[in-house]
Design a protein around this ligand. Sequence first.
Ligand code: UDX
Length: 440
Amino acid sequence: MHMTVIGTGYLGATHSACMAELGHEVLGVDVDSAKIDSLKSGVVPFFEPGLPEVLNRNLESGRLNFTTDYGEAAEFANVHFLGVGTPQRRGSYAADLTFVRAVIEDLVPLMKGNHTIFGKSTVPVGTAAQLQELADSLAGPDTNVEIAWNPEFLREGYAVTDTITPDRIVLGVNGGDSRAEEIAREVYAIPLSQETPFLVTDLPTAELVKVSANAFLATKISFINAVSEVCEAAGGDVTALADAIGYDDRIGRKFLGAGLGFGGGCLPKDIRAFMARAGELGADRALTFLREVDAVNMRRRERAVQLTRKLCGGDLLGHRVTVLGAAFKPNSDDVRDSPALSVAGSLSLAGAEVSVYDPQAMDNARKVFPTLNYSPTVEDALTGADVVVLATEWQQFRDLDPATTGELVRRRVIIDGRNVLPVDQWQAAGWDIQALGRNL
Ligand code: UDX
């Protein structure tokens, strides 16, 4: 099949390459010529394990190409995926739909014949219907454009696997004489032949599935982090507690990792946009608990700063703190709303001398927080530290040897902000190890 993917950010670049990998002829489209040039030359402009290989394989096969030209996109295919960003609007909780609307405004007037646009971006419920109205108002007399919604559930770090072998495919259609389901069955023929669940719903349900999934995940993390606060007050151990409740398969252990909490380009903005949209719909009371989910999450960052201050004898001024990690999670170079970078920044603003090291996210971190000291190696970052804070659980940090690490620092004091270190081994090497939600 011929198809275009509009927007070649995280979602779109992955979707383009993976659709070509599934055998389709794909044209990726973006208004950012630097991004397009990079992808054309086989360079993924962000860190995502496995994606460079898929990109290059499919560029070489000739099935994958990129352009900045919407006219070319309108001619190349009758099937289009829309994967542009929907960031948090400045000064508000709501999602900014400027980029999504701009795609329809720029592309639809160039289309001829029958076209189907599958929205993949995370949008407030009701957006697909509004975009359909917009498309209808812009389409020429011989053109018919259908908007369907096909939310994306990929996780950074696992984007290729999540796209090629998704755990479910959701499609929202507008009833009537929709062609979208038939087309989607052809697009996803390979995963569907492997018995991937395929759920066809109305448009609002499909839009809500995505935000509900992310709100649930955020709630699960904040639940365990709220219990973590009680564990700290009562002398319990949140990791043992999570293991114990996680054995109940109605609960499950996944996303019960207590620590610095969630960040990234999705969970924080999506719960806020969900609350904002519920408010607009007059259902604001339904989601007020998400405010608490957000608050619990942000408190974990403050708690890490407070604990570091305590371990520095009550004053951060003049103390050297090493923050291990800047990305919002391991296997990613994404620092959007990163708990690690937020903690590093707060410590620095409170007077600590902060050294940061991350295996992949240094360049992005430097752009957001240029005033921190970024060390070229983990050893360099650790040298002379009064307190070490493990903020992103990269394998490299989990594998640190407590004895050799101890030789580098000034004082053997570490905060495990992600509850991943083998406490016994660190204690045996003479470290004072502290963790969120545990009394060690
Ligand atoms: C998320 C959703 O998982 C994905 O389905 C959706 O498409 C996009 O948003 P992503 O942002 O890549 O994916 O990251 P995810 O793996 O969900 O982690 C989000 C944050 O939660 C990270 O900061 C992570 O460190 C944190 N987290 C995760 C915890 O604090 N504890 C956990 O147990 C799990």
